[in-house]
Ligand binder design. Structure first.
Ligand SMILES: Nc1nc2c(ncn2[C@@H]2O[C@H](COP(=O)(O)OP(=O)(O)O)[C@@H](O)[C@H]2O)c(=O)[nH]1
Ligand SMILES: [Mg+2]
Length: 353
């Protein structure tokens, strides 16, 4: 068998028949030998029963029933475990993902052009229709954070296809929604992204909740050991940053107390010296570049990120202190933490990429 498509469902009674029929047509029209596996978590709305009743009409359909709502990622893994196809696909049941891309994705893997094909919303040609601004910001932020781990533009996508052999012995066990990122990190496969338009569901409700943010952050923490190189860079970047602070204070003292310069003027010079120090050390020590390589351009980039970080720092400090009534020194600790990440990511993926 060529292809197994896994569709996890929870309360999808108004979508289930249509998604099955569309996938069936896509298989027939493109002569794909495959199966569709619905993994239902005992949906209270009867999705599982509807799926069962359709097995007579569609011989390519299999249905797994689980005890209760055990989560999207584990449903996908359970589907994988009984799938018979050499290639495994995953998509949502709510018709958000374009079914007519299945044959294209399948062909790319079959021809050997990729081991993993992602239906991507974040490459040219891809887009999202019908999401609130809030949802867009959440998705973008999560995707941005994932840049620490992968170059893929949409590692949060729920629509992808992978060569089964890539998954052997990979010990996947992600919490929550985002199984693709874990697959990317733990397998070493050749990735190819094709643009898709994600259309927000018309029927039923999204099961994404605030809890997913916590799961996601927990997952990210557990992936750190897989990115030893990035982790080492992050640590070095932190050390350089702390040395920069000491240098800043040292020169502030020197200029003000010894040279007798007005302290605000001293602070400007102390800042510039610390900036130059941080730049040089991060260039040669953290990101291991030749010192001469694009020296001035990169210094400008590094400085721009520093200024941007300062602006974010001030804005966050203001918001946390004034709007959330947090003591200003605590606000500063929180915002320094966030700004540090922005600063690191900015330099890793822009200045020294
Ligand atoms: N089996 C199972 N499927 C789930 C679970 N949570 C979500 N799903 C399914 O996963 C897919 C994506 O969920 P959805 O609520 O549309 O998430 P969103 O697109 O991110 O808003 C849909 O097909 C859901 O029915 C779950 O706990 N178990
Ligand atoms: Mg959805």
């Amino acid at each position: 068998m060529d292809l197994s498509v896994i569709v996890p469902t929870y309360n999808e009674k108004d979508n289930i028949s249509e998604i099955i029929d569309e996938i069936h047509k896509e298989f027939i029209n493109n002569k794909i030998k495959g199966e569709l596996i619905i993994v239902d978590d005992n949906s209270p709305d009867g999705t599982g029963l509807i799926a069962d009743s359709l097995k007579k009409k569609y011989s390519f359909l299999r249905v797994i029933h689980r005890k209760g709502k055990e989560g999207l990622s584990s449903a996908v893994l359970e589907g994988f475990s009984i799938a018979e196809g050499k290639i495994l696909g995953v998509m949502d049941a709510d018709l958000s993902h374009p079914v007519n891309k299945i044959h294209e994705m399948h062909a790319l893997i079959k021809k050997g052009q990729a081991d993993l094909v992602i239906g991507s919303r974040y490459i040219p040609g891809g887009k999202i229709e019908g999401w609130t601004l809030n949802r867009k910001i959440m998705s973008k932020s999560a995707t941005y954070l994932a840049k620490i781990f992968t170059k893929a533009k949409d590692p949060m996508s729920g629509f992808f296809m992978i060569k089964r052999s890539c998954l052997v012995d990979k010990n996947l066990n992600p919490r929550g929604f985002k199984i693709l990122l874990e697959i990317i990190i733990k397998t070493d496969c050749k990735i190819y992204e094709i643009p898709i338009t994600f259309i927000n569901r018309k029927e039923g409700k999204s099961k994404a909740s605030v809890r997913e943010i916590r799961f996601y952050l927990q997952n990210l923490l557990s992936y750190l050991p897989y990115k030893r190189k990035s982790f080492i860079q992050l640590s070095k970047f932190a050390i350089v940053g702390m040395m920069g602070i000491i240098i800043n204070i040292f020169f502030l003292y020197l200029f003000t107390e010894i040279a007798g310069i007005y302290y605000l003027i001293s602070a400007v010079f102390a800042f510039l010296i610390a900036l130059a120090h941080n730049y040089l050390l991060n260039k040669i020590f953290t990101f291991k570049e030749r010192i001469r390589y694009k020296f001035f351009t990169k210094f400008l980039q590094f400085s721009a990120i520093s200024l941007f970080s300062l602006a974010i720092n001030l804005i966050l400090l203001y918001i946390l202190t004034e709007m959330f009534h947090i003591y200003y020194l605590i606000s500063q600790v929180i915002s320094i933490g966030l700004v540090f990440i922005i600063n690191f990511a900015g330099n890793k993926f822009w200045t020294f990429r």
